[in-house]
Design a protein around this ligand. Sequence first.
Ligand SMILES: [Fe+2]
Ligand SMILES: [Fe+2]
Length: 143
Amino acid sequence: MTLEWKKDFLTGLYWQDEQHKELFKRADRFVRAVDERHAALEALELFAFLDEYIVTHLDAEEQAMTTHNYPAVIEHLAEHTAFIEDVARLKKQLTTTNAADCSIALSALSTRVCDWFFDHITTVDKEMGEFIRKAEARTRAKA
Ligand SMILES: [Fe+2]
Ligand SMILES: [Fe+2]
């Protein structure tokens, strides 16, 4: 399986789109590795990326939502928290699992990252990004 980037994924908010593209690239590499059965090493690289993504990207979105009084901030952050918890659980599962269960854990990680892309980034992030982009444009127009 490969993931295909679509223009439709763009929110129009430059920094958010650039960070989403990077996650997409990493997720695609991991999903291919799962298919090709050499995903264990790739999973470690994906977790290293996700550790940073959680700190930089999710914090940047939280900051933008707070700054511009985004109305659905509570619901949005609840999805971030669920993702952070799932990544931590999957990381623990993969580092403690035996070889026989490893492919199940890798598939679970692949599914969660793909779901994150299609159920969060292309929906709620897109709504939020469009809201922030318009709010920033209004702020610039007033200055
Ligand atoms: Fe995002
Ligand atoms: Fe988000």
